[in-house]
Structure formats: C-alpha cells, structure tokens
Design a protein around this ligand. Structure first.
Ligand SMILES: [Zn+2]
Length: 208
C-alpha cells in the first residue's frame, strides 16, 4: 500500500467582525472572517491538527485583508473566537492508539496462551518456530505419547514471524518427521524457539 502523508485545510468557523470598519471602504460591520484548521493526514486519514489560518474579506468592497490589517481589538476578538479542532481531525491518532493497545494486548494474550498449551501438547497443535538460521517456520503435532511428541515440519520457512500463519497449510507438511521427548519440547519453549502455539478449534471448543 502506498502511504501518503501531508496536510489539508478544513473550514471550522465563519462569521462577521462587529464594530470594525473596513480599512479600504470604511464601511462598518462588513468584514467577514473564515477560520481554517490545518491538519496532517496519512493516506487521507486525518492524524492531528497542526495550525490555524484566518481569511478576512469585506463583503462591501470585496477586498481581502490580513489578520495584521485589523485593529488590536478586532485581532483579540478573532483570537478569542472558539474554533477548536473537531474530533475527526484526531481520527488517525485514535485509530493508531487503539491499534497499538490491541497489538500489545494480543501479544501478551498469545504469550500467556502458549505457556499453558505447551504443558499439554495435543495432536493437531501447530507450533511456530524460530529457527537457528534466523528464519521462522512451524511444525504440526501428529501424535503424543506419555514421553514423546511426534511432529511433521513445515516444508517452508518465512523471514518474519507473522508470515508463518500463511505457511500453515496441510500440503506444506509433507515428509519431514521429527520427534521429541517432552523434556526437549519444554526446553525449546524455554529457549524461545517455540514462539506460538495454535490449537485446532475443535479442541478449544472441547475444553470450553
Ligand atoms: Zn470594504
């Protein structure tokens, strides 16, 4: 996905400056103002507001003015105009925050679940592995006896831990048979070589 970062403006308030004469045509109460909020966005999702822009125009002579052209009283009045940033300008930051919390929470839940499942291996469990060569892969538990665990290794490796899920297909477990003692399996887990355990849903339902 292409990520575009930039800023955009949004009109947050319009009104008329009272008791002020137009610097050009000298008519009173003819100056209209528009306040715009500038905000950053990430691929069109607003992240947070960054600044404010004010436009002033006389509705009599149509001349445009800068904020600095106004009298000090009017400048102050304009500064006090309530033109807060609407909540949607923070949408991206809110989404990002929720996403980070969700990811951290999920990480701990997964870690917690793995520490429980490792103690009770079942046929059909899939163990995600961190290999000594730096790659990631998985193995499927085929059979569990009182002292041994029989597995089939995945034929493929992934370079990132999250990609292992994509490799978890029946046809990828062909012929690499490996068996471990229960002690060896515990050791692999303690040495962080088993990073995640996925139990097949039928067993999870059964446990509930
Ligand atoms: Zn004017």
């Amino acid at each position: 996905m292409m990520v575009l970062i930039g800023t955009r403006d949004s009109n947050v308030k319009n009104g008329n400056i009272l008791n002020e004469k137009c610097p050009k045509c000298h008519e009173e109460n003819t100056l209209d103002f528009s306040i715009y909020r500038k905000y950053t966005h990430l691929t069109m999702i607003p992240l947070f507001p960054v600044g404010k822009l004010v436009f002033i125009k006389c509705n009599h002579c149509q001349e445009r003015f800068n904020y600095e052209d106004l009298s000090e009283t009017s400048q102050l009045k304009l500064r006090n105009e309530k033109s807060g940033s609407p909540l949607w300008m923070f949408l991206g930051s809110i989404i990002l925050g929720v996403f980070i919390i969700f990811t951290i929470n999920n990480y701990f839940l997964e870690k917690d679940e793995t520490s429980i499942l490792i103690k009770n291996p079942l046929k059909g469990d899939v163990y995600d592995l961190k290999l000594s060569n730096g790659f990631y892969s998985s193995m499927r538990i085929d059979k569990v006896t009182s002292d041994s665990i029989f597995t089939t290794r995945n034929d493929f490796n992934a370079s990132l831990p999250y990609d292992v899920d994509d490799l978890n297909k029946t046809e990828n477990y062909s012929n690499k048979k490996v068996y471990y003692s229960r002690k060896d399996i515990t050791k692999l887990y303690e040495e962080d070589e088993i990073i995640k355990i996925t139990r097949s849903p039928e067993y999870l339902n059964y446990n509930n």
